[in-house]
Design a protein around this ligand. Structure first.
Ligand SMILES: [Zn+2]
Length: 126
């Protein structure tokens, strides 16, 4: 593993928190207002990958010990994979479905009853 000079968390956190909070607010507004399921799927995948990569990078650059780096990597990979596979966006009404518990991803939209896609896949190229 390459040697990284740790950056104190007090120095690191403001640079992480401000963009994180802005990204979070912008995402909430987009997912609440947009009815475009294709855009939602693409953004959701990008958010899960960048968000979990940022979480892992924070652990790495803060100088966490190797066992915690390994745990952070596991949490990031499992978290992103689970979130991407379980979220659904309805093509009929644009409704969001983010299962928070351990239940399976929903098959039908709770807003309009339309059948949901099998997976939260990125938009198909035209
Ligand atoms: Zn729907």
């Amino acid at each position: 593993m390459p040697h990284i000079t740790p950056i104190p968390l007090d120095t690191l956190l403001p640079w992480i928190f401000a963009p994180w909070a802005l990204l979070g607010l912008a995402s909430i507004m987009f997912f609440r207002r947009s009815r475009n399921a294709r855009h939602k799927r693409a953004l959701w995948i990008a958010l899960m990958i960048t968000g979990n990569a940022a979480f892992f990078a924070t652990a790495l650059f803060a100088g966490a010990p190797s066992p915690l780096i390994a745990i952070a990597a596991l949490v990031a990979v499992v978290g992103a994979t689970r979130s991407i596979r379980r979220a659904r966006f309805c093509d009929g009404c644009g409704g969001n479905h983010f299962p928070m518990d351990s239940s399976a991803a929903p098959d039908t939209c709770r807003h309009c009853g339309m059948r949901l896609d099998a997976a939260a896949r990125p938009p198909a190229p035209h």
